[in-house]
Design a protein around this ligand. Structure first.
Ligand SMILES: NC(=O)C1=CN([C@@H]2O[C@H](COP(=O)(O)OP(=O)(O)OC[C@H]3O[C@@H](n4cnc5c(N)ncnc54)[C@H](O)[C@@H]3O)[C@@H](O)[C@H]2O)C=CC1
Ligand SMILES: O=C([O-])CC(=O)C(=O)O
Length: 256
C-alpha cells in the first residue's frame, strides 16, 4: 500500500513535469531525471527535487511511484528498468505501447513483478468506459484530432487532413501529438482509426471521439487549452496525472 504522502520520481522536467511540481498536494516529487541534465538541475532549484543525471542513481531513489512525462523513446529506454527497481509507474507517452513486442515485454514484466502501469486519461475524456470494448462488440472507434500546424511541427497553411489511418501508424509519424490514439486503442482492445487535421486557425487541441457498438453510440468532443510551455500538449494531460496521484490512496474509486 502507498503511504499517506506519496513520493514521486519524475522522468522529464519539461512542460508537464513543471505543472505537476507546481501543484503538489497529496504527493512530493523527490527525484528528477531528464536527458538534459541542466533541466533536472533547474527543476531541483525551483522545486527541491533531487536532480539525477545518471538513470541508475535515479532508480535507486526510494520513491513510491515514477511518473514518465518525457517522450516515447524515454518509455522504451527506461520503463522496464523502473518496474525492475520495484516501482509502479504512470506513463504519459503512451505511444511507446503501440509497438507490440515492447508492449508484450513490458506487461509481462509488470505481471511477473506484480507492479502497476497507470495510463492516464491524458488529453481526452471517456477513456474509462471505452474499456467496455474489451468485453462487448465494437463497431466503430474513431478519433479525429485537430491542432494548429505549429503544434504538429509542420508549415501547412491550409486546413488539411495530414494523416488518415490506424492509431499505431499515426503515433509513429506524430509521436508528440497522438498518444491519445494509443490510449483509446489500449482501452478498447483494438487499433483505433485516426484522422489528424492541421488547421492554422485552431487555437485549441481538439479531439473528437466516435465510439459505437453493443451499448449504442457516443460522440465526445474535447476542446483543450494548450499547456503554457508546450502548445502541442493540452493542459488536461497534466491535470489527469494529478488526479491519479491525488486519488491513489482514496478508498472511493470513481469510474469504470
Ligand atoms: N497521453 C496523452 O494524452 C498525452 C501525452 N503527451 C506526451 O507527454 C510527454 C511530455 O509532454 P511535455 O511535458 O509537454 O513535453 P516537453 O517536451 O515539454 O518535456 C519533455 C521533457 O522530457 C525530456 N526528455 C525527452 N526524452 C527524454 C528521455 N529519453 N529521457 C529523459 N528525459 C527525456 C526533455 O528533455 C524535456 O525536458 C510527451 O511525450 C508528450 O507527447 C502529451 C500530451 C497528452
Ligand atoms: O495533448 C494533446 O492534446 C494530445 C497529445 O499531444 C497526445 O496525445 O500526444
Amino acid at each position: 500500500m502507498y503511504p499517506t504522502t506519496l513520493t514521486v520520481g519524475i522522468i522529464g522536467c519539461g512542460n508537464v513535469g513543471n505543472i505537476l511540481a507546481q501543484r503538489q498536494n497529496a504527493f512530493r516529487i523527490t527525484a528528477a531525471y531528464d536527458c538534459i541534465p541542466e533541466r533536472a538541475q533547474e527543476y531541483s532549484e525551483k522545486y527541491g527535487a533531487k536532480p539525477l543525471s545518471d538513470f541508475s542513481e535515479f532508480l535507486a531513489e526510494p520513491v513510491d511511484i515514477v511518473v514518465e512525462a518525457a517522450s516515447v523513446s524515454a518509455v522504451r529506454e527506461h520503463a522496464i528498468d523502473v518496474l525492475l527497481s520495484g516501482k509502479d509507474m504512470i506513463i504519459l507517452s503512451v505511444g511507446a505501447l503501440a509497438e507490440e513486442t515492447f508492449r508484450t515485454q513490458l506487461l509481462a514484466k509488470a505481471r511477473h513483478l506484480d507492479r502497476k502501469i497507470h495510463i492516464p486519461s491524458g488529453a481526452i475524456m471517456g477513456l474509462d468506459n471505452i474499456r467496455i470494448g474489451q468485453i462487448s462488440r465494437v463497431d466503430t472507434l474513431f478519433l479525429k484530432t485537430t491542432k494548429n500546424p505549429k503544434s504538429l511541427g509542420i508549415a501547412e497553411q491550409e486546413t488539411k487532413c495530414v494523416f488518415s489511418g490506424t492509431a499505431s501508424d499515426c503515433v509513429r509519424q506524430y509521436p508528440k501529438n497522438t498518444n491519445v490514439a494509443i490510449s483509446l486503442s489500449l482501452a478498447c482492445g483494438c487499433d483505433a482509426n485516426v484522422e489528424l487535421w492541421s488547421n492554422p486557425g485552431e487555437t485549441k487541441n481538439m479531439h473528437e471521439i466516435t465510439f459505437a457498438g453493443e451499448f449504442g453510440d457516443a460522440y465526445i468532443r474535447i476542446r483543450n487549452n494548450p499547456a503554457p510551455d508546450n502548445a502541442a500538449t493540452s493542459s488536461l494531460a497534466a491535470l489527469s496525472i494529478l488526479s491519479i496521484l491525488e486519488n491513489l490512496k482514496n478508498p472511493l474509486v470513481i469510474g469504470a
